[in-house]
Design a protein around this ligand. Sequence first.
Ligand SMILES: [Zn+2]
Length: 364
Amino acid sequence: MQNFQKGLKGRYVTLQNIDPIIKDLGDTFCISEIGKSFLGKSIKKIEFGKGSQKILIWSQMHGNESTGTKAMFDLLKFMENPGTLVHLRNSILEHCQISFIPILNPDGAEQYTRVSAQNIDLNRDAVEQTAPESQILYHELKIFNPNFCFNLHDQRTIFSVGRENKPATLSFLAPSTEVNREITEGRKVTMSVISGIKSLLDDFIPDQLGRYTDEFYPTATGDNFQKAGYPTVLIESGHYQNDYSREVSRKYTFYSMLQGLNSIVNGLEYCDYKDYFLIPENKQNLYDIILRSCKLNDEKTDIAIQLVEVLNGDSITFEPKIANRGNLKAYSSNIILDTDRTSNLIFNSEENLLQYIVDNLSIQ
Ligand SMILES: [Zn+2]
């Protein structure tokens, strides 16, 4: 991918990775520190464009959800070097004013945790705003007064779409503003942006797009921003076949943001908000691995394995854990092991079984 910012890859993305790239950005971009995390790490914003459509984008409010950050920097690279899409780049600069906050939770990013250093889930801190990181985001929202927001997250590998239980490589949500999930004008605008993104991604991953439940979460950021009148697109980057480092979903997250901007620049003319409802709802019908009808401690059973991400030095390794057992016919798995004659397999302990997985697993 020519737009990949090569300085960023894999799942573990921290300030150490993005700071040198920010330093090298050209003078199209205005960089400033907007505050510090609980542990005193710098939180920055990167601004560009002079237009009337103001767009606020932030990533990694959950520290271990880095795909959106990688895609953000791919978008910055595109702005510097748009290739054949120079017209689109120019019209984004002309019509939009964009404020990027990469890695809102730098303490969590470094520890590779979802929560902040104070053990706060920033995406459930919208009402109390206890965490300094939440206060920074709200302050930026207030002074910038954006027309659109993009809230970038990662979803786990358990999310599936469609009858074949393919992984949901990207999922979207136009959050509700009340328990009754009313389709307000603001939600229609948000849905229109997502419809525009869907129309592009249907050419690439038509059966791997999911829609999140629009159940109202009273303390979630997106729901509260939407309620306060800021159309907020939630993008959840997820799994693509054999892509545990999330470099494929990174590409589609980048496409999503670029297409979102393209639609906004064009006044959302060709985006019918109702197409949003054509995106199937997410299900949770996937495990990373399923050993079917194996024998564990003399009992014949299906065993589902989830791979747990573990920070080791400066990279992430994946450790198998037993997530479910019993009749798992309704579930599919992301990985098919090379040695898939699992019905002949006999394990005399869970340790034994997990070691078998480790020995037969190769993760990219
Ligand atoms: Zn998240």
